[in-house]
Design a protein around this ligand. Sequence first.
Ligand code: GRG
Length: 299
Amino acid sequence: MDSPAGDFGVRAPSYLDRIAQALDQRLPRADTDPPRLHQAMRYACEGGKRVRALLVYATGEVLGVAPAQLDSAACAVELIHAYSLVHDDLPAMDDDDLRRGRPTVHKAWDEATAILVGDTLQTLAFGVLADERLTPLPAQRRIRMLASLAEAAGSLGMAGGQAVDIESEGQSIALERLESLHLRKTGALIRVSLRLAADAAGAGAPLTAALERCGNRLGLAFQVQDDVLDITASTETLGKTGGKDLAQQKSTFPALLGLNGARQRTAQLFHEARSALGPFGAKAAPLLWLADHIAQRKS
Ligand code: GRG
């Protein structure tokens, strides 16, 4: 597939429709037994900016992979992301009542349902990638994608980062430690969104490394930005409770760098993300557009 011409921004709305439809097709129907669980799984996947799915499709454009070959990857990252938010909101973790502008799953249902929703969204993510009818790619590439996603979501990636974050509550940690925990907690899933498209394309090591580097910088930028927004944006704009980091005595980038320092670090990280795409030349345009769009986010 040749890279489509023009701005990725023109195509972004149709990718958002596409991911909504792909998720709808892959999630069990709400009336499937047990309906309570399936309704809650669907609820957890509604809303959100779909940044990770857009990163999959934009990387696909850069590498010339057809969207139909990436629908399961886009769903998989959004399913893992939704599971992580449902579990993060539980009383044992962040204890939050509001997510995406609505009651969290354990508030709208109950804690046991929220735990099961997280569990089942996670297994569904791997299931859709493994299924050759849903992911029309050679088996070797699908296996590579499964391994990449497992690494990003597991104890060496997102879940491990969450564990370090919880252990660090109430402590002041050094900037290097804070960056390393967020490279895992938030960064791993953003990085693997680019990596899954590289795996689907069968990209060679140098191009895969360039995309991983871009994803790594974007993932960290996203978290530093999130810390800044937690201070500067309202709960209404965020759709989740603002000001929580201070209340929970969390080490954050603004706490360590000051608000302006954190904004400068964000700008620097976005710059590094763009620079990493040098090897792709003009073909990098879709990812460059998306990086700029994320840099301007307000929620
Ligand atoms: C429970 C294993 C486990 C992991 C949880 C990512 C995470 C780890 C928790 C979320 C905590 C948090 C708010 C992190 C800040 C960055 C982030 C992931 C924000 C939410 O992502 P968005 O802004 O959300 O992409 P939407 O709703 O737009 O999808």
